[in-house]
Design a binder for this molecule. Structure first.
Ligand code: PGA
Ligand code: MG
Length: 225
């Protein structure tokens, strides 16, 4: 039997140029165990990914802020506080960096994200004042409630599914995956992962992006017989 999976999206299911690797559409729907998509992106993104993969919506979004499994959704984190902090950030000359449509934050319910070229020092200063934290995924800065983590989201999904968290294999690439790695029984960082993710993972694989993820999935599949 293959193990259940907790998969990050950006940097893990993607290519170097931020596209979903086409092999994801072959390998993930054929995986014969639950797959949880655990991301910093807002809720509609992993839901859409599950939909178009043809797999059940088992999702941790917004770094643990939104958790969905078996048709139930729950929320953790204080978006209003993040909004207030963002207002202060803007008043001091900061810019979250999105256009008017702001599809990055438009559907975000528990935190806010800033573009990776936003003023990090100012964002951290303001976050401190509002008792929020800044998480750097390499793709965006997330202004979030401390203690809301992907790992707790995975634990909640695992409980809903009646599956032990220890049986999960997690694969990811950045500091927002550290809690996921700690919660899952076994964890892998892809080669493009940041230092925190690499330090937290049981194994750092040689391949980058989905090449690395694919190699893990292949070896799990052959080990399962
Ligand atoms: O939303 C981000 O910044 C990164 O998303 P990820 O957690 O899927 O890598
Ligand atoms: Mg990632």
């Amino acid at each position: 039997m293959v193990p259940p999976l907790a998969l990050d999206i950006d940097g893990t299911l993607t290519t170097r140029d931020d596209r979903i690797d086409p092999r994801v559409f072959e390998v993930v729907p054929a995986w014969d165990a639950p797959v949880v998509v655990a991301t910093g992106k807002s809720f509609p993104y992993p839901v859409a990914l599950c939909h178009f993969l043809g797999i059940p919506e088992r999702v941790v979004a917004e770094n643990g802020g939104v958790v969905c499994a078996d048709g139930q959704v729950s929320f953790q984190g204080d978006r209003d506080r993040a909004e207030q902090a963002a207002e202060t950030f803007r008043a001091r000359g900061g810019d979250l960096g999105w256009d008017d449509a702001d599809t990055t934050n438009r559907w975000r319910e528990t935190e806010l994200a800033a573009r990776i070229d936003a003023d990090e020092a100012l964002l951290r200063e303001v976050a401190d004042e509002f008792d929020l934290e800044v998480v750097d995924t390499g793709y965006a800065y997330h202004l979030k409630t401390p203690g809301v983590e992907k790992g707790d989201g995975l634990a909640a999904v695992a409980e809903t599914l009646g599956v032990d968290t220890d049986s999960f294999v997690a694969i990811g690439d950045s500091e927002n995956d550290v809690s996921l790695f700690e919660t899952a029984g076994e964890s892998y960082a892809v080669a493009n992962a940041d230092d925190r993710a690499k330090a937290a993972a049981d194994t750092v694989v040689a391949g980058s992006y989905f090449d690395g993820t694919h190699s893990v999935l292949e070896s799990l599949r052959s080990a399962s017989g």
